[in-house]
Structure formats: C-alpha cells, structure tokens
Design a protein around this ligand. Structure first.
Ligand code: NA7
Length: 529
C-alpha cells in the first residue's frame, strides 16, 4: 500500500470533535490529516438520519465553539436542530474553515501500531498507510451500533433498519406494519415520528424510560439576532455550568423545600425547553433516593395524565430512578400510545420467543411486520476506540489494557500508548459532549506545542497517574445513585462487555481546572522523552 508523507498528527474521525481538533491543530501550523469512514463530515449527524433524529441540547450551544465567523454567518432556526440541519451545519463548518482538503473520506482504520524505533504511529486503513507522530482518536462515544440477538432474526423477510445505519435517501414506511425495538432517546424520537405515518406501529419495550418534554420551538428573528449578538456571553455562561448546558443545578436539597414549591419547580422544568430535569434540578436528586423518588412521583403522574389507558400508562412507568439511564426528551411520545394504530409490547410481561419470516412472536401473540426498526443503542464510549486495532509500546493492545474497563489519564492519554490522544471519549468530557470536548482539543494542541518547545519527541502517561484517575472516576460514581444503574454508561447494554463505569461525573468546570493544573505544572503526570 502507498504510504503518505509523514504527518505530525493523524486524526481519526470527522465528526464534530474531529473537525474541531483538525481546525485547531492545523491552525497551530501542524501537518494534520483526518480520516473518516463515512463519505461526508458529520459523524453522529451523518449516520443517524432516522425519522425524528434531532439534538436534545440547544443548537446554538452544542455546536458553536468553532469560530466567531461561523457563529455570525450561520442562522439556527430551532431551539433543537434536527439531523438534516446538523448535517448541513457541519458541512458549512467544514467549508467555511476549509477543512475538507485535510480529510480523507471513506477511509477506515484497520490498525494503529506504535513504532518504537521510529517513534511514530503506523496507521493502516482500507486505502493507504499513514505515518504520524501523534494520533488523535475522535471516533465518538455513540458510533458503534448494537444489534440484538434473537432466534430467527436472520430469517425475517422484511426490512431491518438500525437507526444509526438509516439509508441515505430515507425509507418510505407509509402504510406499513412497523415495530420499533428500544425506547431510549433514539427510540422515542423515531416512535413519535413514525406513529402518524405507518399503518401499524408496535413498540417493543424492554425497560421504560423517564422521558421529559423537549418543548422545542422555532427561534424568532429577534431571538436569532440576540443569539448572534451574545454568542460570547452564551459561551461563557455555558462553560460556567457543570455540564456545559444553559442552566445549572439548584443549590437547595429537594426535600428542604415545601411540597408545593417542589411541585411548582418540577412543573417549571416540565414546561422549559431542554434537558432541564437533568441539568437544572435540585442538586441532590442523583444522590438521594428520597429526592429522586419525589421527582419520579411527579413524572409518573404526568405519564398517567397523558396516557388514557391506565394499564398502558402503568407499563410506561419505569421502576428505576430518574437519571439512571440517560433521560430522553420527547414531544408527543406519551400521546402516541392513545392512537388506535399503536401497540405497546412490554417485553418483561411477554418476552419475544422468536422472529420468523413474517415478523415477531412473543409469548402472547404473533405480530406480522414489514419493517423492524432497531433503536437498540451503541457499544458506547469505548467501542469505537477498541475497534481501531491500537497497539502501543511493547505491543500492548488497547483491547487488553482496557479489558476490565477504560484506563485513561483524564480521558486524554493512556499509559503505554505514547503520543496517542483521545477527544470526547471515556473518563473525561461528559455532558454537552462537543461543548466539553473542544477544551481537550485545545489542551492537546498546547501539549504538542510545549513538546516542540522543549524538544520532546514522545509523551507517555505514568501508570500511577492513570490509576489515580481511574480510581477517582470510580469513586465519583459510587457517591451517586448511578452506582446501581444498568445502562450504556456501565457498558451493561452490550453482551459480554465488562461492567465498568465509562464516564467522569464531576463538574466540567472542575475537570477543566484539573487539566489547567496539569498544564501549569508542566505536565509532571506525564513522561517525556
Ligand atoms: P440506548 O439509550 O442505549 O437505548 C437502547 C434501547 O434499546 C433501550 O430501550 C434498550 O432496552 C433497548 N434494547 C437494547 N437491546 C435490546 C434487546 N436485545 N431487546 C430489546 N430491547 C433492547 O440507545 P439510544 O440510541 O436510544 O440512545 C443512546 C444515546 O444517544 C442517548 O443516551 C443520548 O445520549 C443520545 P434496555 O434499557 O437495555 O432494557
């Protein structure tokens, strides 16, 4: 295979985090290329083109860290942009910042091997081989789809579509009998979009979720103007919140306020756009069972008000605490179950026996299907990094090093993998992902500049620094109700994946303070040669 000229940095992934990393590293004068599996930029916003796919954090916050020119020239039309808008936006960013000339599309990494003598990474792809001093993996936390395993699924004669592999030209499901499996953020978006279109919709629900209203709305021209004029302030305000959203947690404890005030505040959050129950709730709601019970009681009553059939409503009420799975946003999800063409099948009451050529058979009924939509999620957070075939010093395989769960220093570097960085992966940025992760891209740029200045060729991570960080991440989750949760955050949605908490739970303000401390201390946690 042809080898490219030596690069300073190879970036893997041209989603929102890869694009930003490319922009900042190239602007620093480095020789950089990005490789991307897809034929276009966008990552998540390229692949997830299922009906109803949309952001559930404010568009003008999520994607507005590229440059002031981009912010001034781009006009958001809705509080929460849909997939098509996000795809257009990221194409606009790539063009405006002239990023495409540095991206190789339809290029999939097959291995990524550290060359000890040459002190470079040798990255094999389906097209060519790259040599790069540094590699930045920006492959995303939700980019490897998980497909369920059921008897007879391969015999099904209808269409099977995973939401993250939706055909580019769309699919016309009008008049069909369709089942959607999965009721996470994706399932809920696709269910409420398909219900008015298809002839019959079956919702195959394993675990119900606490969904709260998105309250999306078009941005008025005055609001658009205001957003353009106040970008810098909005940026500062969101960077000051714990998860880089618009609002922050309330300082009172849930049970300290009166029952009336609590109800009023929950109602206020219910009317407000966005993930407010997640980001603006009472501060103890994820650590105190009684507080969380009060919230669940409020949300249960809302479901019972909105779903006419009490038995259906009961099946839609989760048994787990709010926030134990990432809470989805909805628009008219609960009302969908009042439609005569929609059936809710609770798989806990009537498990699937098998699929067959015709459709699906549960313990209670046979359901003929034209199309099965799998909204069954992702091998989240670590899956995309582990597929790169990474081998570091002494042939150390990332897949073995992470066998019991991810091991990183601050979500940025991994011990035994010199000059290999992660943006937006495990144990670091968590919350409004790109808004948190762009700081890490800047941090990597500064580290490379520091190395150039000092004449260092390699940077590795001391095992002790890494172990301390892993312990810190684990201690944080054990202080919250999430310690007992089952979700992709623990890897428990992937058969055979070791249970390990994958994310960092402290505030992003604190996370950035810690990163700054590392920089100011001239990276003494790292090892240079
Ligand atoms: P999620 O949140 O992982 O949801 C996947 C859904 O699929 C969830 O309801 C699962 O039920 C269900 N599922 C998964 N496997 C099966 C099988 N084998 N049988 C039945 N049901 C199954 O993925 P999303 O794509 O919705 O969202 C991912 C993130 O994207 C989201 O958190 C936001 O951050 C954006 P379970 O709960 O495991 O019982």
């Amino acid at each position: 295979m042809e080898s490219t000229d030596d690069l300073d940095v190879l970036i893997i992934g041209a989603g929102i985090n890869g694009l930003y990393t490319l922009h900042v590293l190239r602007s620093a004068g480095l020789q950089v290329r990005a490789v991307e599996t897809g034929p276009e930029v966008g990552g998540t916003w390229y692949w997830n083109r299922y009906p109803g796919a949309a952001l559930d954090s404010e568009s003008y916050i999520y994607a507005s860290h590229f440059s002031s020119e981009v912010n001034e020239e781009w006009q958001w039309t809705d509080e929460f942009a849909d997939q098509a808008t996000m795809e257009r936006h990221l194409k606009f960013v790539a063009d405006r910042l002239d990023l495409r000339r540095s991206i190789e599309f339809e290029t999939e990494v097959t291995s990524c091997i550290w060359q000890t003598e040459a002190r470079t990474w040798r990255v094999e792809t389906n097209k060519r081989t790259y040599q790069a001093t540094f590699v930045v993996a920006a492959t995303g936390i939700l980019s490897v789809p998980v497909l369920p395993e059921y008897d007879g699924l391969t015999d099904f004669q209808g269409r099977i579509l995973h939401t993250a592999q939706w055909p580019r030209g769309g699919v016309d499901l009008a008049g069909e009998s369709v089942a959607v499996m999965g009721v996470g953020s994706t399932g809920i978006q696709v269910i409420q979009s398909l219900a008015p279109v298809v002839d019959h919709l079956t919702v195959l629900q394993r675990t119900p979720n606490w969904a709260t209203p998105m309250n999306n709305r078009p941005l008025t021209s005055e609001r658009q103007q205001e957003i353009r004029e106040t970008h810098a302030e909005l940026y500062r305000a969101t960077m000051a919140t714990s998860k880089c959203f618009l609002g922050d947690m309330r300082s009172e404890r849930t049970m300290e306020v009166s029952a009336e005030d609590r109800e009023r505040y929950f109602d206020h959050l219910y009317q407000k756009p966005g993930l407010t129950f997640f980001t603006e709730n009472f501060q103890d709601v994820f650590v105190d069972k009684e507080a969380n019970d009060a919230l669940c009681d409020f949300l249960r009553r809302k479901i019972e008000e909105r779903v006419k059939d009490p038995a259906t409503a009961r099946r839609l009420v989760p048994e787990h605490h709010f926030g134990m799975k990432r809470p989805p946003l909805e628009t008219n999800y609960y009302e969908v179950f009042n439609q005569v063409n929609v059936d809710l099948v609770a798989l806990t009451d009537e498990p699937i026996v098998r699929f067959g050529p015709f459709g699906v058979e549960t313990e209670r009924r046979s359901i003929p299907l034209d199309t099965l939509v799998l909204a069954t999620g992702f091998d989240a957070v670590t899956g995309s990094f582990l597929r790169l075939g990474v081998r570091g010093s002494d042939g150390r395989a990332l897949s073995e090093w992470w066998n019991d769960g991810p091991r990183t220093f601050m979500g940025c570097t991994v011990s035994g993998f010199p000059n290999w960085f992660i943006v937006g992966g495990p144990q670091g940025t968590s919350g409004n992902n790109p808004r948190c992760a762009h700081y890490v891209s800047d941090w990597i740029r500064d580290l490379i500049i520091f190395m150039r200045k000092m004449g260092h060729q390699t940077v590795d991570t001391a095992e002790a620094s890494e172990s301390d960080w892993v312990d810190h991440c684990n201690e944080l989750v054990m202080m919250t109700l999430l310690r007992d949760a089952e979700s992709w955050q623990w890897g428990s949605n992937v058969p055979g994946k070791k249970r390990a908490f994958l994310q960092y739970l402290d505030s992003q303000v604190e996370y950035r303070r810690k990163l700054d401390t590392v920089t100011e201390g001239e990276y003494r946690e790292l090892i240079f040669e």
